[in-house]
Design a protein around this ligand. Sequence first.
Ligand SMILES: C[S@@+](CC[C@H](N)C(=O)[O-])C[C@H]1O[C@@H](n2cnc3c(N)ncnc32)[C@H](O)[C@@H]1O
Length: 286
Amino acid sequence: MMTETTELGIEDDGENSTAVMGSYGSAVWPVYDAAAEILVLWAINQPSMRKHNFFVRQSSHSLSIDACGHLLSILQSPSSMGTPGVTGAVMWDSGVVLAKFMEHAVDCKRLVLMGKNVVELGSGCGLVGCVAALLGAHVILTDLHDRLKLLKKNVDVNVGVLGNARGSARVMELTWGDDLSTEFVAPLPDFVVGSDVIYSEDAVTDLLQTLSQLSGSHTTIFLAGELRNDAVLECFLEAALGEFQIGHIDQTQWHPEFRSHRVIIAASPKLEKLVLKELLNCKVPA
Ligand SMILES: C[S@@+](CC[C@H](N)C(=O)[O-])C[C@H]1O[C@@H](n2cnc3c(N)ncnc32)[C@H](O)[C@@H]1O
């Protein structure tokens, strides 16, 4: 079958289409409809049949993981998980999957993080932000105020002590929906990343407001989420599709040893960028 490439970079073979989005150099599956996407994701991945927490052990006080040529040691605080509302005191699978996806994408030259500005939302224990810094990015890892102590410790242990780290990492408070200080927006980041940050319908509006405030025409967002609650993910996708172009990244592009049927990774640039490109490409009648 013939494959055509449209003005938006979408490859269309008549049945399936993929698109290149933002600064991620490989084709992704565009998401057009939230409810249809949820049906497909749950039907294909059957998440309820899969093991939870495959890559992490949340009862342990630390998680050791090889990344970027280093053995990283991510400290966890399992006892804090008894406190109502605390979720970031331990690692979640989607954090491990996203961190290893970024490392793999850089190795495969689909992604350049060297010298780029990255903001991580809801960093929790901080593995994703630490790996981005080790891949050469200048990263601001963020979370709620009472989560920052453990996060800072993990950044110090895993990035601060490595004299040969090519990027940098710092920790700042950021509550979704709040006004952002200039450090976050001047300049706007090249990438915004987040793992397991879509888990409550109540937080969707605030999370989207922050994603929107952080996104310029050059910003690409990577979100990894657990297929845990279809209603919450559908609510997020439905609201996000009004403002962002979203594409899910096929598992074949993830790190081969860190794939999970309970996790999805999506890439998302602002819609305006594509609309602008479409306008520039349209033919004006003489
Ligand atoms: C399920 S944890 C995921 C942690 C980490 N990203 C990971 O994958 O291991 C969700 C994170 O989002 C943070 N979070 C939740 N609500 C937030 C809000 N309104 N503003 C900022 N961070 C928030 C939590 O403190 C927590 O660290």
